[in-house]
Design a protein around this ligand. Sequence first.
Ligand code: UD1
Length: 429
Amino acid sequence: MISSGQADDILKIQGGKTLSGQVTISGAKNSALALMAGTLLCSETCQLQNVPSLVDIRLMVQILSALGVKVTTNQDVVQFDASHLTSTEAPYEMVSKMRGSFFILGPLLTRMGEARVPMPGGCSIGTRPVDLHVRGLQALGAEVNIEHGVVHARAKNGKRLVGAQIYLDSPSVGATENIMMAATLAEGETIIDNAAQEPEIVDLAGLCNAMGAKIEGAGTSRIVIQGVEKLHEADYRVIPDRIETASFILAGAITRSSIIVDAINISHIKPILAKLKEIGIGYELESPTALRVIPAASYRGTDVETLPHPGFPTDVQSPFMSLLALADGNSVVTETLFENRFMHVAELTRMGADIKVKGNVAMIKGVSSLSGAPVIATDLRASAALVIAGLAADGETIVSGLHHMDRGYDRLEEKMRGLGADLIRLPGV
Ligand code: UD1
């Protein structure tokens, strides 16, 4: 089920084609990664459905396998048997490649009483510290040392963590997930205040509760967890990927194409739909889980500020900027979450966009057209931004750095081609 792209593949896009038809959205990468880590909590076999086919998921399978989890894959259905864990130490060469791998710290620690996880890697969109994860686990009674780039956490109290009241300085998604998982098997009650409210948090709580955990309030800023001793088997479906959903809606909008984006959850993309409406992009529901994009001849510029959910998601900032580059008038995009998330700007500028960056603010003057050019994808979401820009640009765009795209998008070029886009993956030189 899992395809892997070569690091030096390139994508050749012939812009200007109108798209048509329907695309099916895959399961959410970020949710699936957290849920996969969550299966470490379970002493029986867990099954996840709707697992997307992409490189980060394959990496997580490798990490879990290295800990002794038996993983069986059948298309988008993956079984995890974590009944006999054989190691509490995650291999550096795998963890260093992906931020999401740090999610294993909490569940491994609470289940085994100990965990050693190297500091995570992933996209270079900012410094991305892990202090909130560490402080949360310390509050639950863990001793945490960071030495030689490895986080070593141990339960002080024999093998069981102890529930606590935790206030997160900022609503970190990963810290909320790590602490929530650790608290499911802790003794007593844990309260997480100022918790992240992303749909992925709700999904993870859904899996944990399906396994017998007692979590309330996921999706609000206060999550209350009553620790239980053991979790049991579960069969659970991953939510649709809201970032992939947004990327395809934007692909339809930028090419003025009335495509249908199917297998989605509308309530997860409200902040994105609100902004699209503001700039002149409509939609209608073909069914409760399918949306038809209603494009317009031209779009208005607008201001966007990325915020924790339910604000506008930082992961959609770069693809949305591709559209704003072609809107009428001026737009201002403020990135409040990651300090280095404007690396796509230089590439969009190569394509003729008029964008200036000052600190965490990008000022965009809409232009009437973009022109195809060779561009480099510098991070995961930048890759989607460049593909979307390439679809609308005059002539040929060549996107390199495709290993970023392959980390997080399930068969993007195949799905785009299914909609009639003219693009092809070629081995790089
Ligand atoms: C997750 C997503 C990522 C998304 C982000 C925000 C995964 C695998 N990745 O990343 O796609 O862009 O949420 O929606 O799910 N921070 C700290 N200390 C910490 C943790 C975070 O200062 O201990 C800061 C970060 O540097 C950042 C902000 O908090 O500025 C938000 O980060 P966080 O919500 O933790 O993002 P991730 O979980 O890393």
